[in-house]
Design a protein around this ligand. Structure first.
Ligand code: RET
Length: 272
């Protein structure tokens, strides 16, 4: 059955994708241009953030094009024209970015090597399982049993990830400074608060009868989730890396805001 969206519904999805592209592009540049503010030993987490928003920027451009090509404007309404809207970009994006986001969180904490390795391996496996199990469900008919079963299977690794972040990671936080501990705490709640958007958007077609409304809710929901989970999460990671850099005594020349104006340029050169 061809989906029909009214002008407002089509524009809402279209503009959400456009907004996500702007957020990913701006945060990509920000992470790239600000990396010199971070001490070299804390830069890896920011590098991973840069990769995540770069990957998402690319995928959202593809999603945006695929969406606009899949609909034609006929008699004042947007009618699906037979060219499929490729939802696969979204899942491929998550397959790459979700393990990276989790790795970023572990890396910035600078735990022991063995602890870091074990956390990254377990989180990566569960993230891949969560997304791989969600994909067949996303392709199933709305309201079908298959959609519900795949959704439940995918929720299991999702719960395991939350368990690792809240219970296991909590034990490792003792060694962090109070400021960093507060930031990491905020980060965990950001993950909890934003990641639940995804399963909620996933069940929209099963609980909302109107196919146009449920499609809009799902697409806008995933888009909001992606902006919070990638650029905003990346900014918090950046703040942790910055705080740790300062605690390590890292003060790059020319970057201490308004104190630079009266300084002799040759001293900046020697630090460059
Ligand atoms: C699916 C299927 C239904 C059940 C669950 C899901 C969870 C998805 C999540 C995705 C997170 C994506 C992120 C992307 C940002 O880059 C697959 C929708 C639990 C949690 C964080």
């Amino acid at each position: 059955m061809n989906l029909i969206l009214n002008e407002g519904q089509f524009n809402l999805v279209y503009n959400s994708f456009s907004f996500v592209i702007a957020c990913m592009g701006a945060s990509f540049l920000f992470f790239l241009l600000s990396r010199s503010r971070i001490a070299p030993q804390h830069r890896l987490a920011v590098t991973v953030s840069t990769l995540v928003v770069g990957i998402a920027l690319y995928h959202y451009m593809r999603i945006f094009n695929s969406f606009s090509e899949a609909f034609s404007f006929v008699d004042g309404r947007w009618v699906q024209n037979g060219r499929p809207f490729n939802e696969g970009y979204r899942y491929v994006d998550w397959l790459l970015t979700v393990p990276l986001l989790l790795a970023e969180l572990v890396i910035v904490l600078k735990l022991s090597k063995a602890n870091t390795r074990s956390l990254i391996i377990r989180l990566t496996i569960s993230a891949v399982a969560m997304i791989a199990l969600g994909w067949p469900g996303e392709l199933s008919d709305s309201g079908s049993t298959a959609r519900a079963v795949w959704g439940i299977l995918s929720t299991m690794p999702f719960l395991y990830i939350l368990y690792v972040l809240f219970i296991e990671l909590g034990k490792s936080l003792g060694r962090q400074s109070p400021h960093v501990r507060k930031l990491v705490d905020g980060l965990r709640y950001l993950v909890l608060g934003t990641w639940v958007i995804y399963p909620l958007a996933y069940i929209a077609p099963s609980v909302i009868d109107n196919p146009a409304t449920s499609e809009v809710v799902r697409q806008v929901g995933y888009s909001i989730g992606d902006v919070l989970a990638k650029p905003l999460f990346g900014l918090l990671i950046f703040a942790i890396a910055l705080s740790k850099s300062r605690a390590d005594g890292y003060a790059p020349a020319g970057l201490d805001d308004d104190t630079t104006s009266g300084r002799d340029e040759s001293s900046d050169m020697t630090h460059a």
